[in-house]
Design a protein around this ligand. Structure first.
Ligand SMILES: [Zn+2]
Length: 154
């Protein structure tokens, strides 16, 4: 894994700032995940997060929380990444399916191979299956999908 330094923060933007997603993104996520918009709004998104930086990850999720190494703007502009992380929160952490201990256990069972961890496999599969729906809901158009440059994330 390449070493990860702090992401440059735009002037006037503070580190560890909580971001309120746009109504457009909230409604698209609610549509994709088939939940109420309040369930999306209750997920706390923190950009330029020291917690993500500490984990050496682009994003780290927990119950009702997404910590981003970089900006929320870039996160929401990377649909596969956004859907992947919201899947971890809404379908795994918030349901109790995913815990730190379970993730580590799975990581060990899979020979420390990120790509085989079931939580990641499921999140990737969901993101791939729903990215076109997300794009339709966000913009009303079809787009090519750009894959984000991702590293170990949970
Ligand atoms: Zn993940």
């Amino acid at each position: 894994m390449p070493s990860i330094g702090p992401t440059p923060v735009a002037p006037g933007t503070r580190r560890n700032g909580v971001v309120v997603p746009s109504d457009e993104h909230v409604e698209a996520l609610a549509g994709v995940f088939e939940v109420a918009t309040r369930d999306i709004r209750s997920v706390v998104v923190t950009q330029y997060s020291d917690f993500a930086l500490m984990h050496g990850a682009i994003a780290v999720t927990r119950t009702n929380a997404i910590h981003l190494r970089g900006s929320a703007q870039r996160f929401f502009a990377t649909p596969l990444l956004a859907l992947h992380e919201y899947y971890h929160v809404l379908r795994q952490w918030n349901t109790g399916d995913l815990t730190v201990c379970r993730y580590i256990g799975e990581w060990i069972r899979q020979g420390c191979c990120y790509g085989r961890i079931k939580y990641e496999v499921d999140a990737n599969r969901f993101a791939a299956r729903n990215v076109q729906k997300w794009l339709r809901l966000v913009t009303g158009e079809n787009h090519d999908v750009h894959h984000g440059n991702r590293q170990a994330v949970f």
